[in-house]
Design a protein around this ligand. Structure first.
Ligand code: KG4
Ligand code: ZN
Length: 340
C-alpha cells in the first residue's frame, strides 16, 4: 500500500484514439477518450489523419482529464505514456507530449507497453471486479492484436501465441466490409449475431499449429462464399444478414476458444483474462462463461471502458512502475514494433 497519495497521468495515442486518464493510488479519477470519427469514411485507420487528429486532441483531452479528476498538473507525480506498439506517427504525438510535460513539471516519465497495459488493466482498483491471481493466461483481442500471454507477475509476461497475419478485430471488420457494414463492423456483427442462426453457414477454420492464430484465410473464405451466393441471388446478403453475422461470429469464437483450450492444456493454467476491443463481444463473453462450467476455467473480463484502447490502462502500468522506481530517460523514443 502506498503511504502517500500518488497521482499518475496516463496518455495513450497508439492508434486512432487520443486518451488521457488520471489515477490516484490505482483508482481511476478520470478516463477520457476522444475517438477519431474521420476514419469511418475510409473503412479503416488512415495513419496520416490519425497523427493529425492526435495533435489536435491531445491538449484538450489531457486538460479535460485533469479537470475531471479535480487536480492540476502540479499535483501529478509522474507521466506515463504508450511507447508502442502502434502507428509511428500516432505514438510520436503522445511520446513527445509526455516528455515535454514531464520535463516541464520536473517529474518522472514512464514508458508503457500498450499490450502489457491491456493485460494489467485488470489491476485497476474497481469494487466489483476481481483481479486475476498469478500465473494466469491473458488473451488480448482487438483490431490491432491477437495474443495469448502467460502472465507470471506484473512484469514477467511471455507471449505463447499470436496471430501470424490479421488480428481478430480485423476479421470482424473486414468481414463486415464484405457485407457492406460500416467501420468498425465488430459491434454491428455482434448485434446481428444475436438475431441469427450461428450454424446457418459453415466457414472453414484455419489450421495453424500450436497457439498461433491466422484470420486472413477466413476473410478470403467469406469473400468467396459471398461472391458465389450473390451471383445466384443478388439479395443474398440482405435476406440472410443476421444468419451470416451469427455464423461468422460463431466461427471466430470457435477459433479463439480452441486455442484457449490448448493453452490451458499446455500450461496447466486455468485462470483466463481477456482484454482489447473484441472482448466487448457478447458471444466471446458467453463462451468464456460457459468455459467456467465446461472446462473449470476462472475467467476475468475487465470493465467495458478498460477493454478498448484507453489511458486508464496506461496509468495503471505507470503506477506499478512508479512503485518500482522504474522511470524512463528523456531520450526514449516511440517504438512501433515494441514487443512484450
Ligand atoms: O481495442 P480496440 O478499441 O482498438 C484496437 O484495435 O487496438 O479494438 C477495436 C476492435 C475493432 O476491430 C472492433 O470491430 C472490435 O474491436 N470490436 C468488436 C466489438 N466491439 C469492438 N468486435 C466484435 N464484437 C464487438 N462487440
Ligand atoms: Zn489496443
Amino acid at each position: 500500500m502506498a503511504t502517500e497519495n500518488i497521482y499518475i497521468l496516463g496518455i495513450e495515442s497508439s492508434c486512432d484514439d487520443t486518451a488521457a486518464a488520471v489515477m490516484l493510488n490505482g483508482k481511476i479519477l478520470s478516463n477520457i477518450v476522444a475517438n477519431q470519427k474521420i476514419h469511418e469514411e475510409y473503412g479503416g485507420v488512415v495513419p496520416e489523419l490519425a497523427s493529425r487528429a492526435h495533435q489536435q486532441n491531445i491538449v484538450p483531452v489531457v486538460a479535460q482529464a485533469l479537470k475531471k479528476a479535480g487536480i492540476t498538473k502540479n499535483d501529478l507525480h509522474a507521466i506515463a505514456f504508450t511507447r508502442g506498439p502502434g502507428l509511428m506517427g500516432s505514438l510520436l504525438v503522445g511520446t513527445s507530449f509526455a516528455k515535454s510535460l514531464a520535463f516541464g513539471l520536473h517529474i518522472p516519465l514512464i514508458d508503457v507497453n500498450h499490450m502489457q497495459a491491456h493485460i494489467l488493466a485488470h489491476y485497476i482498483e474497481e469494487a466489483d471486479f476481481k483481479k486475476p491471481p498469478f500465473p494466469f493466461l491473458a488473451m488480448t483481442i482487438s483490431g490491432g492484436h491477437t495474443q495469448i500471454v502467460k502472465v507470471s507477475s506484473y512484469f514477467d509476461l511471455n507471449v505463447i501465441g499470436e496471430t501470424i497475419d490479421d488480428a481478430v478485430g480485423e476479421a470482424f471488420d473486414k468481414s463486415g466490409k464484405i457485407l457492406g457494414l460500416g467501420y468498425p463492423a465488430g459491434p454491428e456483427i455482434d448485434k446481428r449475431a444475436k438475431l441469427g442462426n450461428p450454424k446457418a453457414f459453415k466457414f472453414t477454420k484455419p489450421k495453424v499449429d500450436g497457439l498461433n492464430f491466422s484470420f486472413s484465410g477466413l476473410k478470403t473464405g467469406i469473400l468467396y462464399f459471398i461472391q458465389k451466393e450473390t451471383k445466384a441471388n443478388p439479395n443474398f446478403i440482405e435476406e440472410n444478414l443476421n444468419d451470416i453475422c451469427a455464423s461468422i461470429q460463431y466461427t471466430i469464437i470457435g477459433i479463439l476458444i480452441d486455442k484457449l483450450k490448448l493453452a490451458t492444456k499446455e500450461t496447466g493454467i486455468t485462470h483466463i483474462a481477456i482484454g482489447g476491443g473484441v472482448s466487448a463481444n457478447s458471444g466471446i463473453r458467453q463462451a468464456l462463461k460457459d468455459g467456467e462450467q465446461k472446462f473449470g476455467w476462472t475467467t476475468y473480463v475487465p470493465k467495458f471502458e478498460y477493454t478498448t484502447d484507453n489511458a486508464a490502462m496506461i496509468a495503471i502500468v505507470g503506477y506499478l512502475k512508479y512503485l518500482e522506481g522504474d522511470f524512463s530517460a528523456q531520450d526514449i523514443t516511440a517504438s512501433p514494433r515494441l514487443k512484450i
